[in-house]
Design a protein around this ligand. Structure first.
Ligand SMILES: C[S@@+](CC[C@H](N)C(=O)[O-])C[C@H]1O[C@@H](n2cnc3c(N)ncnc32)[C@H](O)[C@@H]1O
Length: 279
């Protein structure tokens, strides 16, 4: 089997299992051979070794069972970085890049400052903040020790010594006050959970996804905790479910009545970020 044949085999096998069979087959082949897209195109007639062919067939079988590609390759792209992932962390999503962008736009001119990423998972948000805010103290919390292990690994690779990690419930383990609180917390409701894609439901950690019966348990608790942890003039940026914007705005106004609370739409026009600026 040569590269072209392997790619075609992968594409065909994934035709019903994936929304992007061609892309997924290619990414697995690139990962297996440790090459880029252009190599596959230029050397399409190069034969795979028997070992490579067996390895590729195994990857394709895993993807066919709906295992997300980043869990197979151990890597997900986020804000221009290759972030290490495993099944104890949520795979970073493109919409979260916009959350990072909004927070950076607020924070860049306000350095030095202290920022905390609540529910850090793979550490993707904290790592980006540390990379783009060189004069900020960056901290991150998560309730999952396994997730923190992955986050520490990513921070060590990209921003060694820059992120302080704390294990525990939301802001509780963070011993100080912060100017910036950023969080992409679990926000899937019980009803929505039944409609979530199988690949997500079967492989991604439920603790990273379900936010109680209406999806708002953790966001609501965080806002309450933030009342005593956010410095005057500080800001909170939250990623929310596309139908939760107004509900989170109400919660935020209740906790921070004099703050400027805004709903920010994603590139698809859906409300996905709530910003709460107290300054
Ligand atoms: C939706 S994931 C987000 C991960 C990462 N920040 C991202 O954007 O890809 C939510 C994270 O919150 C963590 N989490 C869930 N409940 C928590 C709690 N009570 N306190 C702190 N972290 C929590 C989960 O372990 C998970 O890593």
């Amino acid at each position: 089997m040569n590269i072209q044949e392997a790619w075609a085999y992968g594409r065909l096998q994934l035709a019903h299992a994936s929304s992007f069979p061609d892309l997924d087959a290619r990414l697995l082949l690139e990962y297996l051979l440790q090459v880029g897209h252009s190599f596959l195109v230029a050397y399409g007639e190069k034969d795979l070794t028997l070992e490579q062919e067996l390895g590729y067939r195994q990857f394709i079988q895993r993807a066919k069972q709906k295992e997300p590609i980043p869990y197979i390759t151990g890597m997900a792209q986020f804000y221009g970085l290759d972030i290490c992932v495993n099944p104890s962390v949520l795979i970073p999503r493109p919409e979260t890049e916009q959350l990072v962008e909004c927070a950076l736009a607020w924070a860049k001119s306000r350095q030095p400052l202290q920022a905390v990423d609540v529910g850090t998972g793979s550490g993707c948000i904290a790592v980006c903040l540390a990379k783009h805010l060189p004069r900020a103290g960056i901290f991150a919390t998560d309730i999952s020790s396994e997730a923190l292990e992955v986050a520490r690994k990513n921070a060590a690779q990209y921003v060694p010594g820059r992120v302080g990690f704390y294990e525990g419930n939301l802001l509780t383990p963070f011993p100080a006050e912060a100017d910036l609180i950023i969080a992409n917390l679990p926000y899937v409701s019980r009803d929505e959970w039944t409609m979530v894609d199988d690949g997500v439901k079967w492989y991604e950690p439920t603790i990273a996804l379900i936010g109680g019966s209406d999806g708002l348990d953790l966001i609501s608790e965080l806002l309450q905790q933030a009342m005593s942890k956010l410095r005057p003039g500080g800001a909170i940026f939250l990623e929310v479910g596309w139908q939760q914007g107004q509900a989170v705005v109400q919660l935020a106004r209740k906790r921070f009545p004099s703050a400027d609370v805004a709903l920010i739409a994603d590139y698809a026009g859906q409300d996905r970020i709530v910003s709460i600026c107290t300054g």
